[in-house]
Design a protein around this ligand. Structure first.
Ligand code: CP
Length: 308
């Protein structure tokens, strides 16, 4: 069975195949109304459960629309309204949902929940974000980069700010797609040592540069994210702002980048905090292309999960 849990567990060949199919499906339906069902209806007669234990706009909408475009039937479930929220075990939830649906996407807190679900499910599981990773987002980001600039192999990607779950998936992807990754943020918010060491052992070019002006030099892609993630204690707010203000992506910092650098943010953003509106709406920004590509790439991920 093919679960889509984390990028480091999937072969480069399969990941590239997913991106290729995503681009082909996107091109094939260009200009069509959003509700048009794709020609061969790959999810015909399939039901997909979309389980959310955390808020979402993009993941929820893009998976729902994606299932419909593939000819399947989406079922959006809120974790809080399920018995899961009343203490039913993940294992039993997995066994039960597997009897009703053909595929499960889950957004949850701890990655142990994701892996427990995958262990007991008899249908494929897709990671729609955990505290530790966000692989669907990074597949959309790579698709967006390659659409605009060609292969990401050998390119320099720079992450500014908090070493969070999205950065972790960038680290996984760096090993699979062979790009270099530089983290520019405060020491307190470095990505986990075990993850960076694991990546380095696999040959990933990973660097830490505390000087954002030096980090941005020669970057092909720069990315940032909110300074406080959904799972962070809101009490850290003030400290975080102080720790991170030097790593804000603003016009002054961007003026030191290559003119054709791409700016990405997975959204939602706190405008004028981690990045200024001038950058988010500026000529290098592709933030809404990224958001759109979540739809196309997740359709290809669902097809991959259900393929033999
Ligand atoms: N980027 C992202 O996953 O957005 P949502 O939280 O709105 O799903």
């Amino acid at each position: 069975m093919k679960h889509f849990l984390n990028l480091n567990e999937i072969s480069t060949k399969d990941l590239k195949g997913i991106l290729k199919q995503a681009q082909e499906m996107k091109d094939a339906r260009a200009g069509l109304p959003k509700g048009t069902i794709d020609e061969n209806q790959p999810l015909h007669q399939h039901i997909v459960a979309l389980v959310f234990e955390k808020p979402s706009t993009r993941t929820r909408t893009s998976f729902d629309v994606g299932v419909r475009q593939l000819g399947g039937q989406p079922m959006v479930l809120s974790g809080a309204e399920m018995q899961l929220g009343q203490g039913e075990s993940i294992a039993d939830t997995a066994r039960v949902l597997s009897r009703y649906v053909d595929l499960i996407m889950i957004r949850t807190f701890d990655s142990d929940t994701l892996y427990e679900l995958a262990k007991y499910s008899t249908v494929p599981i897709i990671n729609g974000l955990t505290n530790e990773s966000h692989p669907c987002q990074i597949m959309a980001d790579i698709m967006t980069f390659e659409e605009k600039r060609g292969s990401i192999e050998g390119k320099k990607v720079v992450w500014f700010g908090d070493g969070n779950n999205v950065l972790n998936s960038f680290l996984h992807a760096a090993g699979k797609f062979k790009f270099s990754l530089t983290f520019s943020g405060p020491k307190e918010l470095d990505p986990s040592k075990s993850l960076t060491q694991e990546a380095k052992n696999l040959g990933v070019e990973f660097y830490i540069d505390r000087d954002p002006y030096s980090a941005i030099k020669d970057a092909d892609l720069i990315a940032t994210d909110t300074w406080i993630s959904m799972h962070d204690d809101p009490k850290v707010k003030k400290d975080r702002r102080n720790q991170l203000k030097a790593f804000q992506v603003n016009e002054e910092l961007m003026s030191k980048a290559k003119t054709d650098v791409l700016f990405m943010h997975c959204l939602p953003a706190h405008r004028d905090e981690e990045a200024t509106s001038g950058v988010m709406d500026g000529k290098n920004s592709v933030i809404f292309d990224e958001a759109e590509n979540r739809l196309h790439v997740q359709k290809a991920i669902m097809r991959w999960c259900l393929s033999r």
